[in-house]
Design a protein around this ligand. Structure first.
Ligand code: ATP
Ligand code: ATP
Ligand code: MG
Ligand code: MG
Ligand code: MG
Ligand code: MG
Ligand code: MG
Length: 266
């Protein structure tokens, strides 16, 4: 096909291929979800339906991009890790990022009513997104540990904050002031002594966030076939191995998870 005289403008595009042989992390985060969660009256500090909606969107993204080996989510953010050798979109950062984030945002709207059957979506949510490449397994694990530590720190703070506000009779300003400069141990103690809450007994979904990864499962199916010596249709049970996304709310900072699932980084 003859090129038009306009075609030269393509050369203004920049190359953005991710470095070969590195983990590619795509992290998205809700835009101004402080306001979004207010407008949609999310329960504080953790709206379970909202977290489940995020997880549902992430599972959808993983099923669409099978080179995502593991994903981690908390609050209004999700990180998707593409395996080191992926050739998806020729490793082009802008393609990876925009496809993941737009699919996620579209799923969020598409699935909203399943998780909030009695709440109308007031306006279309947006998500920002970035790509970061990590050259070593250690860097990648530190990245994921960083996000899970963030989940813990925020959740402990938010749990205290909302207890003080919703049950303690504090104003938001006063609660902020009360928590200023406190350590984790102080916050644990506050929850225990003032509100009779053992932080470690709160749901793992809130404290640990969500990790998604692939697992092989055996599926039994009934298969119909015609035997050689008869015209009759016979039925036999067959076993099929399928790769499915599993959802867990567990520690990924220590070694245990990674020892149990060596294939994730393999
Ligand atoms: P930005 O656009 O910079 O990301 P933001 O308002 O989204 O701004 P974040 O640091 O991403 O700021 O924080 C997300 C906020 O969304 C949380 O602080 C919390 O108020 C709210 N939020 C997100 N998910 C939930 C949830 N499941 N339940 C309750 N509140 C939530
Ligand atoms: P890619 O993911 O690489 O973009 P694609 O299938 O979207 O693949 P495009 O080059 O973007 O390929 O072309 C979009 C295609 O979508 C068109 O070729 C056409 O078949 C279809 N399409 C888009 N908009 C319309 C429309 N308004 N009416 C009919 N067909 C459309
Ligand atoms: Mg942000
Ligand atoms: Mg946000
Ligand atoms: Mg966030
Ligand atoms: Mg096109
Ligand atoms: Mg297209």
């Amino acid at each position: 096909m003859a090129n038009s005289k306009y075609e030269y403008v393509r050369h203004f595009e920049t190359q953005d291929r991710c470095l070969p042989n590195c983990w590619i992390v795509v992290r998205l985060d809700g835009k101004n979800f402080h306001k979004f969660s207010d407008s949609h009256e999310f329960s504080k500090p953790n709206d379970e339906a909202a977290l489940n909606l995020m997880n549902c969107c992430a599972v959808y993204v993983m099923n669409e991009f099978q080179d995502i080996t593991v994903a981690y989510g908390e609050s209004d953010e999700y990180s998707f890790v593409f395996r080191k050798g992926t050739t998806q979109f020729s490793r082009r950062a802008s393609k990876l990022m925009t496809n993941v984030v737009s699919l996620f945002a579209a799923s969020y709207v598409f699935n909203w009513s399943k998780f909030f059957p009695n709440k109308q979506l007031m306006y279309p949510p947006a998500f920002d997104c970035r790509v970061v490449v990590y050259p070593s397994d250690e860097n990648l694990r530190d990245y994921l540990s960083w996000r899970q530590a963030d989940c813990h720190i925020n959740n402990l703070y938010n749990t205290c904050f909302w207890k003080l506000v919703l049950q303690g009779g504090y104003s938001t300003k006063e609660a902020e002031q009360k928590l200023k400069g406190t350590y984790s141990s102080d916050k644990n103690e506050l929850l225990f002594s003032q509100f009779d809450i053992n932080y470690n007994e709160l749901p793992q979904l809130f404290r640990k966030g969500t990790v998604l990864f692939w697992q092989k499962v055996e599926e039994k199916l009934m298969k119909h076939f015609k035997s050689k010596d008869s015209e009759r249709l016979e039925t036999k049970e067959v076993t099929r191995v399928r790769n499915v996304v599993v959802t867990q709310h567990i520690d990924i900072i220590g070694d245990e998870f990674w020892k149990l699932h060596p294939e994730i980084l393999g």
